[in-house]
Structure formats: structure tokens, C-alpha cells
Design a protein around this ligand. Structure first.
Ligand code: BDR
Ligand code: CA
Length: 304
């Protein structure tokens, strides 16, 4: 299996992505790190622990940054609810995160690994940017980054910025300039690969996780059944890892606009390579939607 570290801000679509990753036999989740984003980092960490307990997993959880590098946090609790995972009544957490910071935990996991690890950030890139700034030698132990974030066209937070790159554009700039290979799974695919009524009905009583996801879906404001379905942004990054054949991609150079102003957090892809001689990212252009929807239902079938 592919060893991965998931960096996350659960978050309803994060919760579904984490579940899909844990129960996929092609992936080996070595560490989960949390960051502020959808809600504050106390809540995202608590949510990650809730999920581990729900799934009976002992994957270590490390708490990361509570603030973006330079900006103030602007959360997305209007989409995911006050707790970040509204809609399901999880028991109170009885386990604790690691005593070390997420950046230290990533460093340790990377340095102890017998093979390069894939980083899977499905949130703002604050922790990853700090890792690269504090311990640049870690880069050689990273196979690549497969991230949910960015957009080649419109945004979902401002006119052109996607939420994860908007929350911490300075961190995104550091990561895109890091030299580590990046796959950008952005809104271009994640906003079109909707989970629709038939899939939601299919998972509703499949198993205890299907029931839990179904309940979360009732409270999730990332799309609606009236508008065609729910956007499971972060799940698309996991789909890319295990079903890359569903995606059409292009190698290009992506720049991050990090200055304050209407374009802050925008990911500007030089698709014609008019301004750069070398590429820094593989961006997703298209996804096979029916195959993604089928894979989602099959994935839930593998859960407990
Ligand atoms: C991203 O923003 C968050 O709210 C989601 O969890 C996802 O990571 C989508 O823009
Ligand atoms: Ca997320």
C-alpha cells in the first residue's frame, strides 16, 4: 500500500475522505495532522480523534497550527456547522492527540519511514509550509503531495479563490515553490463530481459509517440535492490516489497570489506555459463523474 499522511481540518468532506482512505487496502495512513480551517484547530483535532475512535483505529493524530502564517483565520462553520462535523452525535473523545506538534510528528514519521511518503493535505497548507521551512531536509522523504485546493477558474470563497488556498495563501505559496511534486485536485473537478441522491440512498444503511456519513450529509451545506448534489471536495484527493485513471490532468506551473486584495488565495496556472520554462504541479482538469460516484458507494461498502 501507498504510505500517506493526511493533513486535515474535519470538516464533513474531510471526514468522508479520511474514512475512504482508512478503509482502502491500497493506502496505509501513517499519521493524521490537523490544522485550523473549517473550524478552529481545537475542534478539528477533536473531530479527527472522534473519527479514529468511531473507526476503532489507532492511527496517531497530531495537532497542528491554530492560525494561518500571516492572516487571521476565517473559518467555514457556516458550511460544516459550529463543531465542524454537525449532524452526528459522536461520543465524547477519550483519547488524546500526540504530545508533539503536527510539524514534529510529520518530521518524525517521514524520517522513520522506510520509503518516501505521500502527503495528502485536504486543508490550508500551514503545517506543510512550516515543515518545509523548519526541516527542508524532509522533502527528500516525500514522494509527492496530492492536495485538495485551488481552482483553475472560479473560486468558492471569493470570486477566484478556493477556500484552502484562501485561508493561508502564504503557506500555499511556500508549498508550490518547494520543488516537491504536487498534484492539485482543485474545484475544477471537486465541484463537478457531485454525490447525488442515488449514492446517498445507497450508503444510508450500508453499515455504521454509511449511517454516520448519511447524517452528516443532512447538515452539510456544500451543495444541495436541489442543485444536483453534494460537493465532496476532499474525497476527490483520495480518489486520485487510488483511481488516478478517473482524472485528466496537465503538467503546468501554478503561482499563488498571496497579496491582500480581491485575488488573494488565487491559484494561477500557466496552462500555456507562457511565463515559465519548468512545471511545478500536475493539475486536474476533468473527472469521470459516474465512475467517481460508483467508487464512492463501493468505498463505503468497505467501511465498518
Ligand atoms: C475545501 O474547503 C473546505 O471547507 C473543505 O473541507 C475542502 O477542503 C473546499 O474548498
Ligand atoms: Ca478540508
Amino acid at each position: 500500500p501507498i504510505p500517506i499522511i493526511i493533513d486535515t481540518d474535519p470538516g464533513i468532506d474531510d471526514a468522508v475522505a479520511i474514512a475512504a482512505a482508512i478503509f482502502d487496502e491500497q493506502l496505509d495512513v501513517r499519521l493524521i495532522t490537523t490544522v485550523a480551517g473549517n473550524v478552529n484547530v481545537e475542534k478539528t483535532t477533536d473531530n479527527a480523534l472522534k473519527l479514529m475512535e468511531f473507526f476503532n483505529q489507532s492511527i496517531p493524530v497530531a495537532k497542528g497550527c491554530g492560525q494561518p502564517l500571516l492572516k487571521e483565520l476565517e473559518d467555514a462553520s457556516e458550511i460544516h456547522g459550529e463543531s465542524g462535523m454537525a449532524g452526528y452525535d459522536f461520543p465524547k473523545v477519550t483519547t488524546a492527540p500526540l504530545s508533539m506538534h503536527a510539524v514534529e510528528a510529520m518530521r518524525q514519521t517521514l524520517s522513520e519511514a522506510d520509503e518516501p511518503i505521500t502527503l495528502v493535505p485536504i486543508a490550508a497548507l500551514t503545517n506543510i509550509a512550516l515543515l518545509f521551512s523548519m526541516y527542508p531536509e524532509c522533502k527528500s522523504k516525500i514522494k509527492r503531495i496530492v492536495m485538495m485546493g485551488g481552482s483553475l477558474s472560479r473560486g468558492n470563497t471569493t470570486t477566484i479563490a478556493e477556500f484552502n488556498t484562501y485561508v493561508d495563501p502564504h503557506a500555499a505559496a511556500i508549498v508550490f515553490q518547494s520543488g516537491v511534486p504536487i498534484v492539485m485536485v482543485g474545484l475544477d473537478v471537486t465541484s463537478t463530481a457531485l454525490i447525488t441522491k442515488p449514492e446517498i440512498e445507497a450508503i444510508k444503511s450500508m453499515n455504521k459509517t454509511g449511517k454516520m456519513i448519511y447524517s452528516l450529509f443532512q447538515h452539510y451545506r456544500g451543495g444541495s440535492l436541489k442543485s444536483g448534489g453534494l460537493k465532496m471536495h476532499d474525497l476527490c484527493a483520495i480518489a486520485f490516489l487510488v483511481k488516478p485513471e478517473l482524472f485528466t490532468t496537465q503538467e503546468t506551473y501554478v503561482e499563488i497570489e498571496y497579496n491582500n486584495g480581491p485575488a488573494s488565495g488565487a491559484t494561477i496556472a500557466d496552462l500555456k506555459m507562457a511565463y515559465h520554462d519548468k512545471t511545478n504541479a500536475e493539475v486536474c482538469l476533468d473527472i469521470d463523474i459516474p465512475a467517481f460516484q460508483k467508487w464512492f458507494v463501493e468505498s463505503v461498502g468497505k467501511m465498518i
